[in-house]
Design a binder for this molecule. Sequence first.
Ligand code: PAF
Length: 281
Amino acid sequence: MLTVHTVAELRAQVARWKQAGDRIAFVPTMGNLHAGHLQLIARARTAAPRTVASVFVNPLQFGPNEDFERYPRTLPDDRAKLEAAGCDLLFAPDVPEMYPRGRDAFTTVSVPGLNALLDGEFRPGHFDGVATVVSLLFHQVQPDIAVFGEKDWQQLQVIRRMVGDLQMPIAILGHPTARDADGLAMSSRNQYLSADERRVAPEIHRTLVDVTGSLAAGSRDYAGLQQGAMARLSAAGFAPQYVQIRAPNLSDPAPDATEWVVLVAAFLGRTRLIDNRYLCL
Ligand code: PAF
């Protein structure tokens, strides 16, 4: 596996592959890779002959009081995992390589509407930071396909809308959330949890299973289901920010809906956890 830190080196290798007629599948990450990320690499490898991964902790998508400084940076370990997973190239730029004129002077890509609801309400600017870095990475890597985890459901909708609106010739693949045996969605932030918090954390998944179970059984009392789930999470020790039942594109469900996604964001101690569950009847 080739590791490059500059856009010039990346472009040179991408040009060689394109000249040879190879398609490229891309997995953008912020590193600290776990089994969920490696599933995305495996999916990418089935989609194209060349797989590129990026590791970049993107300052633009962190709010002033969020965990940018303490976000785990484990590049040597990530590199070994990507190599073992059969990735062809790792792009690991530093902040000046990505934002040479400084982060505040940089052009911003913004997906209106989708960037302001749910997580966007609690993390203002987050999805503009995501859309900006992903669009920059797409220009640098020039992939044919890009793979994203469905745990970040709203992020996936933002990327799909951006790629559609800007007519980027890139197929976006969503991949199901990887979970620990007790149902907790894998996340780099899980390592912030204390042992006690880790025991409680799967209650989010159990709550989602029960809410989708109620929808499958015929309940359409969305407000009641959301309030009940918020109360259940609070009683378990979380500080929930939202439980929302939405259409898969995050609009309000139609009266005759047969497809939903239930989304949750909740703090457990200092750790913010998100998860979701999709249901189609
Ligand atoms: O999902 C992530 O890890 C990040 O939001 C992404 C897509 C790599 C952009 O920084």
